[in-house]
Design a protein around this ligand. Structure first.
Ligand code: MCN
Length: 785
């Protein structure tokens, strides 16, 4: 194996820069003459803006301009939009309310911006923002998705009379009713998938600069997908034409999905930079991040799983109400539908599934994709149902899973997904072995001696990632495919630049992408650099999310490398005076088959540019190729996570005692990076299960709106994770890769809750299973004295 090639646990190249403080983030950029923006945000969840008086603020020292929603509207600019159309069961289109960059007439959630101050310094901008006098007519707020649709509930947007955006469904309702009727046993569960705040370490930030001479805008922003940002900002909001807008996403300190959406602040900064003629900078403080970064999850679900007399699943029925918040965020419509319901078959052969999803408006921060996006919610439904079913049927949860696993591939689920390859039995068996599942009974007895309750929980997750094959997505009716592009530039000295449409913000692409090139071209990894995050440099790209960069982004690089190799072989044939068909390329050398005639990759690269030893009329000089790659299917990573907990019955405190993760990510490029991704994902999933919760009070105030109130997972919450792998190669991309970036966050919540409910002997508990929630559930389930 090439020491820096595919499969090598190479240390991350980018970490030298990050851990020595040399990373360059948006807020590190300063432009000559830059000004600062402070947004004026609603303190109310729902209120009419009766009067906004900006006179005093405008007179404050250092103030350059104060703008309201009326000023923005006067320039006839568009709204922020949700890009994925969903139709209701009756065929009607979703009811998307306008989302202006600065609210006009009415504010719809705490944190909704309705004015902005531009000043010489940040302190002056903040001081002036406080002088804006606003008369609010406060309206009743609605925060609970289940209440939002009730008759008489406060209406938020005129376009959606019962706060319902769409009523979507998948599956055949009548056939499903029949299947469920035939069941000998039905397990029924009601649960809430708790709302989360993404909390990337780097808050969102933007600097916009307008060059009046060139009529050109530049936006530095914390984006996971700068080209998509440019497209949406120009095509829908219309602040700047696409060819006159350069979007640069420099180093980004984590995103977890929250930085793929188009937010009001970057749009307003761009617009204000033209109006003021000065660069405009904004960086969210943590309190702003809590009330403006799109939140995640927030489902209310009723789910049923039916079995025949042999404990084989006959059907599943799911009804979910998804809270999308005050406005539809960029990808929000796809999350509780295409990304959620299409995974409800889990790892199981389920002959009938029917799922209804109602998405509703509430007076809360918009909800959109957050690590896993729809797939953690789906896994939670399936894996809680199967675990509880095993308890109700009195059978071993692992055996019940094995009995119902999909065993032959490809497997077409009844909810549109075509599973291409997998071996679910292998990952469950391997996980049980590593975990010493047989030793659980003994460990439980030992815990009991200490007065602790011990529980074990399984989570056999599957996800669809490598977003998104346009043919498959198109057939679902979403109408947007998400291919990826790459350009391979071989320099005359044989060093290589890869320009990719993906964007790394913690995933180590500068290392893994370079490993692929090192492997293919036989050159050292430090002779490869990865360029991303700049719309003026990279031809186009869809960005990084949905664990797509390996499966889709690297496949685009493979395609471009294939073209480079094909052209290089043509040149080599002339240089080595042989037939093109006789040229072989291996370990960085072009050789004539069966001879010792050879030329190294670097020497060939030089010749390709100097170009006098081959016919340049026939073969263009240079060595640079690009490719666009559209996958034929999603990839379906899957695995088994086993969590063991110890619960203190006196306090309800839960300790994670043991964790085993066995995942199948197909071909692994860098096992160390993959393991790190799994660790990070588990930490976020455990955060959801035990600690994190965006809690709104009845007036729509986010009462867990700071790190004092919103508990994030810490190292002390985890044991050492035992990580293992099984491998089935993905047949739908050239490297055989399956995505790994979300797996932990998808698997973990169900594993934790299955373990806790196993320990405390009741299913009556929702996430987060805080000590008080566990204590209450225990007390409630105890027989009355
Ligand atoms: N990889 C590999 N072998 C595989 C699969 C992937 O070596 N079989 C490598 C890839 O080359 C890449 C990394 O593992 O370096 C993750 O690849 P992939 O699973 O394709 O995911 P993406 O690169 O597309 O990253 C997106 C994913 C998502 S969706 C979220 S959310 C998330 C995550 O990555 N957000 C993150 N991990 C994160 N990690 C950090 N530090 N910060 C975030 O914001």
């Amino acid at each position: 194996m090439n020491a820096t090639g595919i499969g090598a646990a190479v240390r991350r190249k980018e970490d030298q820069r990050f851990i020595t403080g040399k990373g360059h983030y948006t807020d590190d950029h300063a432009r000559p003459g830059q000004t600062f923006a402070s947004f004026v945000r609603s303190p109310h969840a729902h209120a009419r803006l009766a009067k906004i008086d900006v006179a005093a603020a405008s007179q404050m020292p250092g103030v350059i301009a104060v703008y309201t929603g009326d000023d923005f509207a006067a320039d006839k600019l568009g709204n922020l939009i949700c890009g994925w159309m969903i139709h209701s069961k009756d065929g009607s289109p979703m009811l998307m309310a306008p989302h202006p960059a600065l609210a006009r007439g009415k504010v719809n959630h705490v944190g909704d911006a309705y004015a902005v101050v531009i000043a010489e310094t940040l302190a002056q901008a903040k001081d002036a923002a406080e002088k804006i006098a606003t008369d609010f007519e406060v309206l009743p707020a609605i925060t609970d998705p289940a209440q939002a649709q009730k008759q008489g509930a406060q209406q938020i947007h005129d376009v959606a009379p019962d706060n319902t955006i769409y009523r979507w469904h998948i599956g055949d309702a009548d056939a499903n009713a029949g299947a469920m009727k035939s069941a000998k046993h039905i397990t029924r569960l009601d649960f809430i998938n708790n709302r989360l705040v993404p909390n990337a370490i780097e808050p969102r930030a933007a600097i916009a600069e307008y060059d009046a001479g060139a009529e050109h805008f530049t936006l530095w922003t914390t984006s996971q997908n700068p080209h998509v940002a440019r497209l949406v900002i120009s095509a829908f909001v219309g602040v700047a034409p696409e060819h006159k807008l350069r979007v640069i996403a420099p180093d980004v300190g984590g995103g977890f999905g929250s930085k793929i959406f188009i937010y009001p602040e970057e749009v307003v900064c761009l617009w204000a930079s033209k109006k003021t003629g000065r660069p405009v900078k904004w960086t969210a403080d943590r309190s702003e991040a809590f009330v403006t970064d799109a939140h995640g999850r927030d489902h209310v679900t009723h789910a049923e799983l039916g079995f025949d007399e042999n404990n084989k699943i006959v059907g599943m029925r799911v009804k979910t109400i998804a809270n999308l918040g005050a406005y539809m965020s960029t990808f929000s419509s796809a999350v509780p539908t295409y990304l959620y319901a299409t995974l409800l078959s889990g790892q199981y052969a389920i002959p009938s599934i029917y799922c209804e999803v109602d998405s509703v408006y509430t007076n809360t921060v918009p909800v959109d994709a957050y690590r896993g996006a729809g797939r953690p919610e789906a896994t939670f439904v399936v894996e809680r149902l199967i675990e509880v079913s095993a308890r109700e049927l009195g059978v071993d949860p692992a055996e019940l899973r094995k009995k119902n696993f999909v065993k032959t591939f490809p497997y077409q689920t009844v909810v549109a997904s075509l599973y291409d390859a997998g071996d679910y039995d292998a990952s469950l068996s391997r996980a049980m072995e590593i975990h010493d599942a047989k030793g659980f009974a003994k460990r439980k007895r030992e815990s009991a001696k200490k007065g602790k309750l011990r529980g074990i929980g399984y989570s056999n997750y599957i996800e669809a990632c490598g977003i998104a094959p346009s043919a498959v997505v198109g057939s679902l009716g979403a109408g947007v495919g998400l291919w990826e592009s790459a350009e391979v530039r071989v320099n005359p000295t044989g060093t290589v630049e890869i320009l990719t449409g993906c964007h790394a913000h913690g995933q180590g692409h500068e290392t893994t992408f370079a490993q692929l090139v090192s492997d293919r071209l036989g050159i050292p990894i430090d002779q490869v650099s990865i360029v991303h995050g700049d719309t003026d440099k990279v031809q186009f790209g869809m960005g990084t999310y949905g664990s797509r960069s390996g499966a889709v982004g690297m496949s685009a690089i493979v395609k471009a490398l294939d073209k480079v190799e094909a052209k290089a072989k043509k040149i080599a044939a002339h240089l080595l005076e042989a037939a093109e068909g006789d040229i072989e390329f291996k370990d960085g050398k072009f050789t004539v088959a069966g001879t010792d005639k050879a030329i190294g990759f670097g020497d060939l690269a030089l010749q390709a540019y100097i170009g006098h030893k081959f016919p340049t009329q026939e073969i263009e000089p240079g060595l640079k190729e690009s490719a666009f790659y559209d996958p034929t299917n999603f990839t379906f990573p899957a695995g088994c996570h086993i969590c063991e907990v110890e619960v203190d019955p006196d306090t309800g405190a839960t300790t994670i005692a043991k964790w085993t993760a066995v995942d199948d990510f197909g071909t692994v490029i860098n096992p160390m990076i993959v393991e790190g991704q799994v660790h990070g994902g588990i930490a976020q999933g455990v955060g959801q299960a035990l600690l994190e919760h965006a809690v709104y009070d009845k007036d729509g105030q986010l009462v867990s709106g700071s790190f004092m109130d919103y508990a994030m997972p810490r190292a002390e919450n985890f044991p050492t994770f035992e990580v293992g792998m099984t491998t089935t190669v993905c047949p739908s991309n050239p490297l055989g890769i399956k995505g790994c970036g979300e797996a932990g966050a998808i698997a973990a919540p169900a594993a934790v809750m299955n373990a806790i409910t196993n320990a405390i002997g009741t299913e009556e508990i929702d996430m987060p299973a805080t000590p008080s929630a566990v204590w209450r559930a225990l007390r409630k389930s105890m027989p009355a004295h």
